[in-house]
Design a protein around this ligand. Structure first.
Ligand code: SF4
Length: 339
């Protein structure tokens, strides 16, 4: 503001419009002097995301957005209303360089890292839509004070491969004075297992929820499913996840996309339970999720009967069974963007 020759309180006014009213529309900022207002807003709050497409399911309770960035790169976010919370699955990169074979994003490769502002703008745009009554049936929901309560970094990209911008975005999300004022606990950072970055994350002063996308408990299969496993093995990733819990006291989530005939065998459920229990009790929970299959690919979601074959004495097997039954009746949209 100083450089622009403007008083400091103008920054506060702009922050309020963007982070509280969720707008970057100069016409709505009538508390700013009309003269030069357009230029000021265009300079400090430039358009970051252009909506290309919107898909609604679950009677409008789930909305998937396709956004175009200023250079034409495309990213997605998914907004989901659940009882008592509203979750936004955000992207952290345009494309992804991790090359997981079951994932459409991975097959297209990495276009570029997203900036912190582009990451945050996904939340601001979602909040604007919620406030306008655009999520779910507007006759039934009290949208006035509602906003995104939970963020999951499970959209496009590997968040820890864009570490500096990820953390910058998270700091803005939790900043009560100059940002969105969200709870760090409501923010889930997920990774396929970049071990040094997990260690770095555990040393941050922001206790976000940490999720490890494991998808296989054995290196033989995981080397194939998650190519970065050739660098950091299952045990190293699990050790780093346990260390995250030790450092932060935050329970870790193990994400397990159920892929038919690939990783949904009883012995793998048992092996996972064994590896997790070997590292102690009460530090982790397993989140089996249906794979969102890529059209035309060999990778498809597990079916109920496969999961019924899992050993009855394994806690994980039990979960796989229960969730698989749920999967059979829930739309694929339940899975954010494991694509
Ligand atoms: S699954 Fe995640 S880490 Fe792997 S390629 Fe897809 S977006 Fe990247």
């Amino acid at each position: 503001m100083k450089e622009l020759g403007l008083p400091g309180f103008r920054a506060k006014q702009l922050e309020k419009h963007y982070f509280t009213h969720y707008t970057s529309d100069a016409a709505a900022m009538t508390d700013l002097p009309a003269s030069g207002r357009e230029e000021l807003v265009a300079g400090l709050l430039p358009p970051l995301l252009t909506e290309v497409r919107r898909l609604e399911t679950d009677r409008g309770d789930t909305i998937k957005f396709l956004w175009k960035l200023h250079d034409g790169a495309l990213v997605e976010s998914v907004l989901m209303r659940y009882p008592g919370r509203i979750t936004l699955c955000v992207s952290s990169q345009a494309g992804c360089g991790m090359n997981c074979p079951f994932c459409a994003t991975g097959q297209a490769g990495l276009t570029r890292n997203m900036s912190a502002a582009e990451i945050v703008d996904q939340v601001v745009r979602a909040n604007a839509l919620i406030r306008a009554g655009g999520l779910g049936d507007p006759r039934k929901v009290g949208h006035e004070d509602e906003r995104v309560t939970n963020i999951v970094f499970m959209g496009m990209g590997e968040p820890l491969a864009n570490y500096a911008r990820l953390m910058q975005a998270v700091r803005v999300m939790v900043d009560k004075e100059h940002g969105l004022g969200m709870s760090a606990r409501g923010i889930t950072v997920s990774t396929v297992g970049l071990v040094p970055a997990i260690t770095k994350l555990s040393n941050e002063d922001i206790p976000v929820t940490f999720a490890l996308s494991l998808h296989a408990p054995d290196d033989g299969l995981r080397d194939e499913l998650i190519p970065v496993n050739s660098r950091w093995k299952v045990d190293e990733a699990l050790d780093a996840a346990r260390a995250y819990f030790d450092k932060t006291g935050r329970r870790v989530s193990i994400e397990y996309a159920l892929i038919k005939d690939m990783n949904d065998h009883a012995w793998r459920a048992d092996l996972l339970a064994e590896k997790l229990n070997a590292r102690g009790r009460g530090w982790v929970h397993v989140n089996p999720i249906p794979l969102n299959p890529t059209p035309g690919s060999i990778w498809t979601a597990s079916e109920v009967p496969v999961c019924l074959l899992t050993s009855p004495d394994s806690q994980l097997a039990f979960w796989l069974m229960i969730v698989s039954i749920a999967m059979a009746v829930l739309p694929v949209w339940r899975s954010p963007m494991i694509s």
